[in-house]
Write a protein that binds this ligand. Structure first.
Ligand SMILES: Nc1ncnc2c1ncn2[C@@H]1O[C@H](COP(=O)(O)OP(=O)(O)O)[C@@H](O)[C@H]1O
Ligand SMILES: [Mg+2]
Length: 232
């Protein structure tokens, strides 16, 4: 782990809705993540975990505060720049896998590379490498409905890492899996972290969290425990 911060979130606020329906999801979040660190984010349902992860992943804007990535402010105003940032730097994994049903595993994992305009030959190599790394090379031609939950999550992780992002974000990645399958998926994130990726996992599971380098706790849109270091 480096002592440099890759992600710095400074006094970030995010509100949904207006007037009576207004929800303050994030109320001044301050949290930083070191390069190569593996962090768990915990907190009750509705505390703002997914909102924070979506902001870090560049898929959601915020009302005020700052987001620095490798020391440079992420420009939320310029959609094209934000899209470029997200595609290059971030791999995102969610609870229910979000695979495209009518594409097979190979095609699902190839999707992010197609958006990047990579040649077909390179796509094939990168996708097969990712499937091999995740232990599902033999499932390349299978469709999502033909896979177990654990295999679907492996395919989703392959899709997230195929472009070799520096950061892997996972929102309750083991939440829909049984314990043994969840354990093996957790190990995959550990291996990705061992290969140098910065990993942030939102989880309800203390056991999953205990196996991370640090646990950040969020309550009502505020960081109540930064798990040692990392707060700015
Ligand atoms: N798109 C949205 N529209 C309106 N309210 C939202 C939206 N997304 C989240 N919220 C609200 O913001 C708060 C935080 O949500 P979320 O970040 O999903 O929490 P968590 O992931 O910790 O369960 C909740 O009160 C939730 O209802
Ligand atoms: Mg959530």
């Amino acid at each position: 782990m480096s002592d440099k911060y890759i992600i710095e979130i400074k006094d970030v606020h995010k509100t949904f809705g207006k007037k009576e329906g207004k929800v303050e999801a994030l109320r001044g979040i301050d949290i930083s993540f070191r390069e190569g660190e593996m962090t768990a984010v915990m907190g009750k349902s509705g505390s703002g975990k997914s909102t924070l992860l979506n902001i870090i992943g560049g898929i959601m804007s915020f009302d005020s505060g700052k987001y620095l990535y490798k020391g440079k402010e992420v420009n939320l105003k310029k959609q094209s720049e934000l899209t470029k940032f997200r595609r290059k730097e971030i791999g995102f994994v969610v609870q229910y896998f979000a695979l495209v049903d009518d594409l097979n595993v190979f095609q699902n994992v190839a999707l992010p590379l197609k958006y990047m305009g990579i040649s077909r030959r390179n796509i094939k190599k990168k996708v097969m490498d990712a499937l091999t790394e995740l232990g599902i090379r033999d499932k390349a031609k299978a469709y999502p409905y033909e896979l177990s939950g654990g295999q679907q999550q492996r395919a989703a992780i392959a899709r997230a890492i195929v472009k070799d992002p520096a950061v892997v974000l996972a929102d309750e990645p083991t939440g829909a899996l049984d314990e043994a399958t969840g354990d093996s998926v957790q190990n995959i994130f550990r291996e990705l972290n061992n290969k140098g990726k910065t990993v942030i996992i939102v989880t309800h599971d203390e056991k999953v969290a205990q196996r991370c380098d640090r646990i950040v706790r969020i309550k009502d849109g505020i960081v109540v425990d930064c798990g040692g270091g990392g707060i700015s």
